[in-house]
Design a protein. Sequence first.
Lengths: 291, 291, 291, 291
Amino acid sequence: MSDSVNDPRVGNWWRTSVIDMKPGEIRYRGYPIEELIGNVSFAQMIWLMTRGELPSEGQGRLLDAALMSAVDHGPQAPSIAIARMAATCGVGLNNAMASAVNVLGDVHGGAGEQAVEMYTAIAARMDAGAALADAVREGLDEAIANHGKFVSGFGHRFHPVDPRAPRLLELVDQAAREGHVAGRFATIARAVEDELAARKGGRRIPMNIDGATAVVYAELGFPAPLARGLFCLSRSVGILAHAWEQSGQGGRNKGPMPREYLWAYDGPPQRAVPTQPSPALRSRAASEAQR
Amino acid sequence: MSDSVNDPRVGNWWRTSVIDMKPGEIRYRGYPIEELIGNVSFAQMIWLMTRGELPSEGQGRLLDAALMSAVDHGPQAPSIAIARMAATCGVGLNNAMASAVNVLGDVHGGAGEQAVEMYTAIAARMDAGAALADAVREGLDEAIANHGKFVSGFGHRFHPVDPRAPRLLELVDQAAREGHVAGRFATIARAVEDELAARKGGRRIPMNIDGATAVVYAELGFPAPLARGLFCLSRSVGILAHAWEQSGQGGRNKGPMPREYLWAYDGPPQRAVPTQPSPALRSRAASEAQR
Amino acid sequence: MSDSVNDPRVGNWWRTSVIDMKPGEIRYRGYPIEELIGNVSFAQMIWLMTRGELPSEGQGRLLDAALMSAVDHGPQAPSIAIARMAATCGVGLNNAMASAVNVLGDVHGGAGEQAVEMYTAIAARMDAGAALADAVREGLDEAIANHGKFVSGFGHRFHPVDPRAPRLLELVDQAAREGHVAGRFATIARAVEDELAARKGGRRIPMNIDGATAVVYAELGFPAPLARGLFCLSRSVGILAHAWEQSGQGGRNKGPMPREYLWAYDGPPQRAVPTQPSPALRSRAASEAQR
Amino acid sequence: MSDSVNDPRVGNWWRTSVIDMKPGEIRYRGYPIEELIGNVSFAQMIWLMTRGELPSEGQGRLLDAALMSAVDHGPQAPSIAIARMAATCGVGLNNAMASAVNVLGDVHGGAGEQAVEMYTAIAARMDAGAALADAVREGLDEAIANHGKFVSGFGHRFHPVDPRAPRLLELVDQAAREGHVAGRFATIARAVEDELAARKGGRRIPMNIDGATAVVYAELGFPAPLARGLFCLSRSVGILAHAWEQSGQGGRNKGPMPREYLWAYDGPPQRAVPTQPSPALRSRAASEAQR
């Protein structure tokens, strides 16, 4: 904070290139806020904040499409179920959103990040001279070694074809034709799809929403961890919508199943709390007696 | 889930009008996802998900502006500081975002909601026949009675004039001229500002970002609690940007101050753990002795 | 931090009477940690940290019993379900615990706090001269006015009699006989139970776990909000146990219901995204045409 | 839930051996709650819930000591600072606790878990025939390879000797003499300390709180991930105490530093939002012109 603070102990411990302020002035990455408002979309602002520079309009539009396409996949997803349950517990919308976004971890929110990693690792092999098919084969092997046989970004437990993926890929193709992106990662992702099908004797395991948004994010130059961050922003919308809807439906302490159904218990049958000293207690009593 | 599930015990316990699915099909509020992608912006999707219908383009643009204008106010805000600290603790970006969004409570994230409440309460008084000035006076009194003398949405501890507010109000005025919104809440908010100045002997306490986004949200018909929800979506962007920047800076277990500085302790001086029975223990021993 | 920091800007902004340190020394409320370890139980330490002084042994034992009695009420409780679902999403145990503890809000975690409030309000009426029966009647009316007809701490949706409550009350009675507590709040709570029964024509609505732990906490002098804090500590145990068990069972992205069941959708039927301008857009075009 | 639910779709999806219920009955791991209350301490209950069986009294006492010794290390720790900041944001104690516990990740909360891993890996080498010194050398190398040169559980940035560690080790030694534990992991941990000193030319890097609680947890047979879970329970106490104290001190939106100090900004100087098309936009216009 240039002028107002000269105490290096306080100021430098909190150092950022994201935002600068003086009384009456706010600048993000150098741009005054009053010039950004009305000229830059929410998606473009997300880009500016995370990347440091403004995107072109075409890049911003593609980011926008990826963000809007992953907002929700229904209450069977733990994040959405948690948001709805939280909304019945007497906490604020911010708290319901937090409990839900929090579970977008490696398994529930990390597929896009892992797909960007795989795509960029394949691209790096190509940069080092490998042919597309070879790079894909090796990159796929590496992804399977790291994350298991379910390849992040491909296949879906519910949808034979995830309707979001082909539509997003169309937009990437269009953006490539218009010169906004190179189209390289769309090529790589399709080659991964082909390689997977070849390995399954022709049965296709189509790209899903995570594989498709990962193409967008990789085309746009986002580092892999930000793919998870962007997914969190996107899914927060569905989380909010469901928490809000649930709070209108009412209900108190809503659990996973209706009240008349309970869980299956498979532990020990009823037993009494031991009143005789356990072996360890006896050995202790013995050792004390010896002293 | 129309066809696939007919078990009322499971299905109806989880009931929603936000999203419907069949294998290969996803619809939000009735709209197939593949038709939404590329035709609807992230901000318009936020509207659809929370409101149930699509906004007009002009309404969507205004919502977009409000969302992009409140993303960040620097690491002195607890939400941003928490995001940065969390990023040094060995958790994922999703977790850092959750810990931070979680604190956007009544005090840190509720001003917009409270301002929408005040504006709509004033509008309701006008609908019931009150003149603007009277409705504002009474609405302001009510807000102060409910939330204290700092009127949510007005005044700023750092900015003499919050540069985001006048720019947002310009956009509202423009949208009113173009017929996208009625402009009623802009009028009300400005009348609140005037009334506050009159009460302070002419010293103006200008609208801040919360008061201005509240005008936008009220103009667009969002219920007050969603103003907080939308703020959470907006601020999540700054939270992500700062968590990401901090993770690039490195650091481990970053606390509020550099390691060489500690806190001020104002409790009891050093003392020994009592070995003599405390009064309560003595009374117990006594009562046991009596038995 | 007496010696090491004399910078009032840093030190006083972070001021505490809970803990003091020097290199090689840690004191809680003045007591050196090495003297506390081995001499003070976990429950006594919880008391010291939140209250500032050590409890007597009898007080510590009673607190211990309240803490251990509320650890879990099964996966139908949203907090426990959330912990289990989170454990399948690829996040750490700390994150699963956080998402779950977070929902112990006014409805899911606030009953104990509200019961302490009611008991202490009744006691205050008695201190001001009211007879027990009158104080109970008025205190009950007030609680119902504040929180609705379900009186916090009494009645249970599943248990005709909550088996935890009478056992805890026995311990309170015993502690009162032994002089550790006064027994006043046990009397008040039983009078509330009687008054409730009288209002229901004799049908008893027995004290539940929250009503009983609230008796303990009130007897021990804990302010009402700490009753919620203590419940969070207690329930964290069940949350941890279930998250841990679930992580051993495996599963990925476990939602509220098995994968073959979906939710009930009650929103609009399938519809097309409008390509014609919406009314608002038309009015905008019209207003632009007029200019 | 034996009798009450026979629907395998609902019941088995939620399966547990932790808790069983019928109306009026609650059993943890088979023990009726009314028999546990008053006979089992909070620490013993934590053991029962996470391990499935009751500990002996001596084992329970040792667990109790480890839990009470790690509750707090002051507001410079991010978890404590977050709790205090959250308490000023208008959220509940449960929410403040959640935001704070959430950051006890690999770096801030994982040292105990990593130390248990190292100790048990060393023990496994000994079980396979290695001598203590060899097993320690190899186990240490492995830990450094996995987690970096700062060996989890040893050394402290603030305390030359962490006063909690030697006192906890005394208790382990005593428990070993009394037959409650074997003492094997105390031996291993001390050998690690010696090996570290040998590698540093004699300069000792003493065991810290995480290394010492890890000895306790390993002696007591807790799997490594539960070491983090237990630490979360323990630190939750300090988190609650600080959140509660802060809420008594008041303050609104308390950030890391006083309001008159800001952060250091090191991003681009002020600049204007570009009105000319960016390169990408130009290329798009060009490609559109060509069509």
